[in-house]
Design a protein around this ligand. Structure first.
Ligand SMILES: [Zn+2]
Ligand SMILES: [Zn+2]
Length: 145
């Protein structure tokens, strides 16, 4: 199976569109933390980390709104960016690594061949949700590597 490059994505209403030129993500986490649950309105998020220069917003930059919090388990300020029109969660940025964009992989137009490499904050995984086979599971954040 082959995938077009750049990969493309958008918010639900289509106001915000982006292109992703990454060959492969620098990280890909399934996160079960309460903040991700609340902000997505779903049971978990699948966060795809790419370098900032590999992520280009091609339309709707002015429609992005953000919400920042520093009450994170790492203590770093995390900013969640979303569409002001339709409310789609688009990506996150963190003061920990200014070159990292963690995009909400559900905003990609097509499925990708990439697969999450770890699950974090499993302590809050919904009891009915099965773990991903062959992928490290961490109670909270992954230990520093
Ligand atoms: Zn939108
Ligand atoms: Zn989370």
């Amino acid at each position: 199976m082959s995938f077009d490059s750049p990969r493309r994505g958008s918010c639900l209403c289509g106001a915000i569109r982006y292109e992703l030129s990454a060959e492969k993500p620098v990280m890909y986490n399934v996160c079960h933390c309460i903040d991700c649950q609340k902000s997505s309105g779903s049971a978990f998020v699948a966060n795809l980390g790419v370098h900032k220069e590999e992520y280009e917003i091609v339309s709707g930059q002015g429609t992005l709104k953000s919400y920042s919090t520093s009450s994170t388990s790492s203590g770093n300020t995390l900013t969640r960016w979303f569409c002001a029109i339709c409310g789609s969660s688009m990506f996150e940025t963190t003061t920990e690594d200014k070159n990292l964009v963690m995009l909400q992989s559900g905003t990609l137009d097509d499925a990708t061949d990439w697969k999450p490499v770890q699950e974090i904050f499993c302590v809050r995984r919904r009891p009915w949700l099965r773990r991903i086979d062959g992928v490290p599971q961490y109670e909270k954040l992954a230990p520093e590597s």
